[in-house]
Design a protein around this ligand. Structure first.
Ligand code: PLP
Length: 365
């Protein structure tokens, strides 16, 4: 039997692994290299660890639980706690190990063989999952001031078969917050679509889309324990939505995916959430202090933000990146993204870290 070399319709050739779907092979691996430096401002994490006394209580509960037993199938106890915390119907809460997992599942739910609509630039996970899962990806450029291109998105909603629309408030990676009216107009125009309002940073902007989501059964608020809660290492995020949409999403969540140890930590956090507000207040205060301190910079422009991070527009992002690194500070380059020429994304750290950042940026020219 002779075999002829097959030609893939698209994507690179890879004779070693012909079983891997071309769409997966075509996507480069997630481009993140951890830097071993003292001041980590590259992932928008909380600069403070989970409070020590809560960590001790979570550990105590972990010791009590049986690790040989499967956890709750759908983390029902935790869902009820999240629902009580958010003032939501527990039937409309879906928990996953990080909201990134929910983005994958939402793309499976509404994107595969359908449309994933978002803006450009946008959070990279939306476009990554659309590419991996073979959804038709449509991106509308943000307005120049980073506001939502409402008319462009409405035109795209009308022109494409339904799927999922991702809106981020505050936006990532710009930190821009739109008016509620703009977001409402989009949600109302997106009949037949699943509309995701990613609120990963809402604690820092004092915005809250629960009322809008409650009024639209096809809308969903995406929230995370990774930022304001300081629990990125625990991996947990959730959706607040209608029971109908939650029920369908839940079908795509792997069974037993919220592990026993994560559940213990989250139960403790939800019982004593006061630390979150205190840290957010400091973060917001520090954001203002850093932005003010950088206002008079001769060549760099610190752009306003409502998140726990901001963009710094520099004349030479490569030099800026290396200069900050030489000061022991790692940040994230975003200058390859459309509309973000020269931009670095910098998380707000502790006051001491922010002092070091301000000093290091002053050294740029
Ligand atoms: C950080 C972030 C998340 C959170 O992801 P997790 O998987 O919950 O850690 C979600 N959306 C955006 C836009 C983010 O920046």
């Amino acid at each position: 039997m002779t075999s002829t070399p097959s030609t893939l319709p698209d994507g690179p050739q890879d004779t070693a692994l012909p079983g891997v779907r071309p769409a997966v092979r075509a996507v480069p691996a997630y481009p993140f290299t951890p830097a071993d430096v003292p001041i980590k401002l590259d992932q928008n994490e909380n600069p403070y660890d989970f409070p020590a006394e809560l960590k001790a209580e979570a550990t105590r509960r972990m010791m009590e639980r049986a690790w040989n037993r499967y956890p709750d199938l759908h983390a029902d106890t935790l869902r009820a706690r999240v629902a009580a915390y958010e003032g939501w119907d527990a039937g409309g809460v879906v928990l996953t190990p990080g909201s990134n997992v929910l983005i994958k599942i939402l793309t499976e739910l509404a994107g595969i063989n359908q449309t994933v609509l978002t803006v450009r630039p946008t959070f990279s996970v939306y476009t990554l999952e659309a590419s991996l899962l073979g959804a038709s990806l449509v991106q509308v450029p943000l307005n120049e001031d980073f506001s939502l291109p409402v008319e462009g998105l409405k035109a795209a909603l009308a022109a494409n078969p339904p799927g999922v629309l991702y809106i981020t408030q505050p936006h990532a990676p710009t930190g821009f917050v739109d008016g509620v009216d703009a977001v409402r107009e989009l949600v109302e125009a997106a009949r037949g679509w699943v509309v995701v309002i990613d609120e990963a940073y809402h604690e820092y902007s004092d915005t809250d889309y629960r009322a809008l989501v409650r009024a639209h059964p096809n809308a969903l608020s995406l929230r995370t324990f990774s930022k304001a809660w300081g629990l990125a290492g625990i991996r947990a995020g959730y959706a607040l939505t209608s029971p109908e949409l939650a029920e369908n999403l839940q079908k795509l969540v792997s069974a037993f995916t919220m592990n026993t140890l994560t559940q213990c930590a989250l139960e403790v956090a939800l019982e004593q959430p006061a630390y979150v507000r205190q840290r957010v207040q400091e973060g917001v205060r520090e954001r203002q202090r850093v932005l003010d301190a950088l206002q008079a910079h001769p060549t760099c422009q610190a752009l306003p933000s409502q998140g726990n991070f901001f963009l710094l527009r520099t004349p030479d992002p490569q030099v800026a990146y290396e200069t900050l690194l030489s000061h022991g500070i790692v940040i994230r380059r975003q200058d390859n993204l459309p509309g973000l020429q020269g931009c670095l994304r910098i998380a707000i750290g502790t006051p001491a870290e922010n002092d070091a950042l301000i000093q290091a940026v002053q050294a740029l020219h």
